[in-house]
Design a protein around this ligand. Structure first.
Ligand SMILES: C[S@@+](CC[C@H](N)C(=O)[O-])C[C@H]1O[C@@H](n2cnc3c(N)ncnc32)[C@H](O)[C@@H]1O
Length: 305
């Protein structure tokens, strides 16, 4: 690129990339966007159809962009300043090794859910329990398909099934199954009655269900205004209605000794452990901390009949 330094990207006289990024960063910081510089760079990369690293390099080399590209970029920055999620503007979210398609109508997968996938892979690597050639894994409440697709990508021997209630989210998951080409059996419907054909036959149930209590409306506009309500609120007084229903279905689906791994809010750690223990379905129930030490994933082992 050295011989093209100073050359504008696109048509017109060009605005310097460095100035454009500085101004966008200021605009985004001004409306409370948590990572304004990173978002400014990601949006410019998206607008120009270039990798972010190349945008940084082009800015350092003093290159400019043409008027059309600048206008498109400024429109994206204005939307991000209005707190439209970055992933809705770029149309993609990174989750473990995958780049998933996301947008309005589907929950944007979060980095903390990657911990649940780590725990799932550790379970599948445990030969004492998962000695079947093709362990059966189910993802209840799959959203974009993130958990199911990550397991299918990183443990190809697993036979992975996933279910989602909402038609819009299911359509995004279907797009991700198609785009990745990964073998996930995706279904539409309530997790509470999912997979009648797999009752008693599943080795590992994974879930990141909705779990926010009704009174705890998220502060971040990206979450509050753009993640679907069905993805956020777990219903009941404490947000645990859907998670407990999901766990009850998991108990029906799992083989004796099979494992449920389910994400929850940090404040729900003690409660969910107690409530799962009191069902009598589980031989062992414990909680796993996330990377910051907060309890975020419950692990329950199905009692043998
Ligand atoms: C917190 S999001 C998680 C999505 C995805 N598993 C992830 O980690 O990114 C919860 C998802 O559960 C779906 N959902 C809510 N209630 C459900 C139900 N009863 N059965 C199946 N899916 C449900 C929502 O539509 C949403 O897509």
């Amino acid at each position: 690129m050295g011989d093209r330094s100073g050359t504008p990207i696109g048509d017109g006289a060009g605005t310097g990339l460095g100035d454009l990024l500085r101004s966008a960063t200021q605009t985004l910081a001004g409306t409370g966007v948590p990572s304004p510089r990173a978002d400014a760079e990601a949006l410019l990369a998206h607008a120009l159809g270039m990798p972010t690293a190349e945008v940084r390099r082009a800015a350092l080399l003093g290159r400019g962009v043409g008027d059309r590209e600048r206008a498109a970029y400024e429109q994206l920055v204005a939307q991000r300043a209005a707190r439209v999620p970055l992933q809705h503007l770029t149309g993609e979210a990174h989750f473990r090794t995958l780049t998933l398609r996301v947008g309005p109508g589907v929950f944007v997968p979060r980095p903390e859910t990657e911990v649940l996938v780590d725990l799932a892979l550790a379970e599948l690597a445990e030969p004492a329990t998962y000695d079947r050639a093709r362990p059966v894994v189910v993802d209840l409440c799959t959203g974009s398909g993130a958990i199911a697709l990550a397991v299918a990508a990183e443990h190809p021997a697993a036979k992975v099934h996933a279910v989602e209630l909402e038609e819009d989210a299911h359509a995004w998951a279907q797009a991700n199954v198609t785009a990745t080409g990964l073998p996930v059996d995706l279904r539409l419907g309530p997790a509470q009655q999912a997979f009648p054909d797999l009752v008693g036959a599943v080795d590992l149930v994974l879930s990141n269900p909705p779990y926010i209590p009704p009174g705890s409306v998220p502060v971040d506009p990206e979450v509050r205004d753009h993640d679907p309500a069905a993805a956020l609120y777990g219903l009941g007084e404490d947000g645990l209605q859907v998670p407990l229903e999901v766990a009850a279905r998991a108990a029906e689906l799992l083989v004796g000794g099979g494992v449920l791994l389910m994400e929850h809010a940090d404040v729900q750690g003690d409660d969910i452990v107690q409530r799962l223990r009191s069902t009598g379905h589980w031989a062992a129930v414990e909680d796993h901390p996330d990377l910051t030490g907060r309890p975020r994933v419950v692990r329950a082992v199905r009692a043998r009949p």
